[in-house]
Design a protein around this ligand. Structure first.
Ligand code: ADP
Ligand code: MG
Length: 523
């Protein structure tokens, strides 16, 4: 166990041991450094310690090398040296309880989100909408929410947009103007998103964040690994999906106050993608959610190459820092080194800026919060070796783990349940059917009237014949009854058509949908 007797996490060793205070883990963490300097291994070591403490973990796996956590590690020179020099007793290579998720459903449980759940804020970003267009999108969501219409995927959103555009005059007073120009622009943005593979991202099964909270029989926290190699090819989708998960976590968890350890640790690799080209309003929301999620017991870890990629307002909230080596070839890199060095409390034993460039693989500058929340003096230290495998595992292993998971039945198949698209198109079909029926009824009526006239003429012609007159009289009575029945039929068809129009918006109903802080759906 890297968890010491006093409940702290032994993370690294330099001139002294560096311990992470679990009660301060909700003040978040950052793992930074150039490629190949040891960020992912550090992430694993921290995640392993949380799991051992009974804290479930979520990790976005971009290179596939996090997947090795389901297998025990194996001896190598670097690890042997660490074990010997750091005085690690009873070190044992071990595997961790792992679950795999994959948006594409290939390397883990297939998981997606729904358009309704993601909400207009995040979707506006995905679609690259301007303020006016975002405003229109918000109106479209409000109308769908209030009427309890579920928007599962992009085709639902498309039909909903069309629906609102077609009825814009009815909604104008209550919600504001929905211009055809804006709707057109959103439709075009949707096309682009679809071309980029955005379709795979939306639909069901929707990931239920509550499923992350699980433990192995021995009490260790579950490692929930999201396979992101492919998703990462679409950086905006990747960034937005992770942001959505963070806001889901926020909405799911109650206020928790001060805890002795976090409820969950969330590791966000390539975190700069969250912030890249993000509009100011969204940045403010991210900053807000990172601040507020603290009191819900969530420990967020940002993994990034250059700490300058993370906005100052977010960086300021990160209490625990592991800074691996940075390169200093270009002026920008030199600037980044100065900034990184200045973010640490100076250690009189060395020059932070110089050491930052000298650090070996697996070595880092580390500063963590003490039990009072005060940042410690920066330490030059070697990160402990991980106990699980540092390598990526074969897809077949992931397949086996996934097939044996209790979540297999729940997420096993990707489905397309009845949602706005189906409801709206079914409603359109129904309206068409009603219209046809009405036309048919009218024609029938015409035919009967013509028949009636004809019969009336015949009646006149046969008026002279006494015997036939009686029979004629009888026929007339019959006609009258038929006419009455037809009129009745016409009314009921009309009634049906009207009530169907009312039903159109409200098929999926149940309840009005409510949105949380981040514009995502409240559960
Ligand atoms: N703490 C460590 N203990 C042992 N080996 C390490 C450690 N950190 C890094 N390494 C070695 O360095 C390699 C690269 O580290 P990695 O974490 O993948 O870098 P990064 O994620 O920054 O690109 C690893 O595959 C491993 O061999
Ligand atoms: Mg890495």
């Amino acid at each position: 166990m890297y968890t010491s007797e006093n409940g702290k996490i032994w993370l690294a060793t330099g001139s002294e041991r560096v311990y992470l205070e679990p009660a301060m883990a909700n003040r978040h963490g950052m793992i930074a450094g150039a490629t190949g300097t040891g960020k992912t291994v550090t992430l694993k070591v921290v995640a392993e310690s949380f799991s051992e403490m009974g804290v479930p973990v979520f990790i976005a796996d971009i290179k596939g090398d996090v997947s090795g956590m389901c297998l025990p590690g194996s001896e190598n020179k670097h690890i042997r040296r660490s074990i010997d020099t750091m005085g690690i007793e009873d070190f044992n290579y071990t595997s961790f309880p792992v679950r795999f998720f994959d948006v594409y459903g290939r390397l883990g449980h297939p998981v997606r989100t729904t358009v309704s759940d993601m909400g207009p804020e995040l979707l506006s970003r995905l679609l690259g909408l301007n303020d006016v267009q975002s405003g229109v999108l918000r109106i479209v969501f409000r109308i769908a929410d209030e009427q309890g219409l579920l928007l599962l995927d992009l085709k639902d959103l498309r039909s909903m947009l069309q629906y609102v555009a077609d009825h814009s005059s009815e909604y104008k007073i209550k919600y504001g103007n929905v211009s055809a120009t804006s709707v057109g622009a959103i439709q075009r943005a949707l096309l682009t998103l679809e071309d980029e593979g955005g379709n795979i991202f939306f639909g069901e099964p929707m990931l239920e964040i509550a499923d992350w909270f699980d433990w192995a029989e021995d009490g260790r926290g579950m490692m929930n690994i999201l396979e992101c190699a492919e998703l990462f090819q679409h950086p905006l989708l990747y960034g937005t999906f992770l942001l959505w998960m963070l806001s889901e976590l926020y909405e799911l968890l109650p206020e928790a106050g001060d805890l002795d350890k976090p409820k969950i640790a969330f590791f966000f690799d390539e975190a700069h993608l969250l912030f890249k080209d993000a509009p100011k309003a969204l940045l403010e929301k991210v900053e807000q959610i990172v601040r507020l999620i603290r009191s819900k017991g969530v420990s967020v870890w940002f993994i990034t190459q250059n700490p300058m990629d993370i906005p100052e307002s977010v960086l300021a909230q990160i209490g625990n820092r592991v800074q691996h080596a940075l390169r200093a070839y270009t002026p920008n890199e030199q600037k980044a080194i100065r900034a990184a060095a200045q973010s640490f409390r100076v250690n009189p034993a060395f020059d932070t800026q110089t050491v930052l460039q000298e650090l070996a693989t697996g070595e880092a500058l580390v500063s963590v919060l003490d039990e009072k929340g005060i940042p410690g003096i920066v330490q030059r230290a070697n990160i402990l070796p991980p106990k699980s495998s540092m390598n990526a595992v074969e897809p077949a292993v992931i397949g086996t783990v996934t097939a044996n998971s209790p979540l297999f039945d729940k997420y096993g198949v990707i489905v397309d349940r009845e949602s706005a698209y189906e409801v709206l198109s079914a409603a359109a079909e129904e309206a068409e059917r009603q219209a046809e029926e009405e036309t048919r009824a009218k024609e029938e009526e015409k035919r009967r009237i013509a028949e009636e006239k004809e019969k009336a003429a015949e009646e006149k012609r046969l008026a002279a014949e006494e015997r036939k007159r009686a029979a004629e009289q009888k026929a007339k009575e019959k006609e009258k009854a038929q006419k009455k029945a037809a009129a009745k039929k016409k009314t009921s068809a009309l009634e049906k058509a009207t009530s169907s129009a009312m039903n159109t918006i409200g098929r999926e109903v149940g309840k009005q949908l409510v949105r949380g802080l981040f514009g995502t759906l409240k559960k």
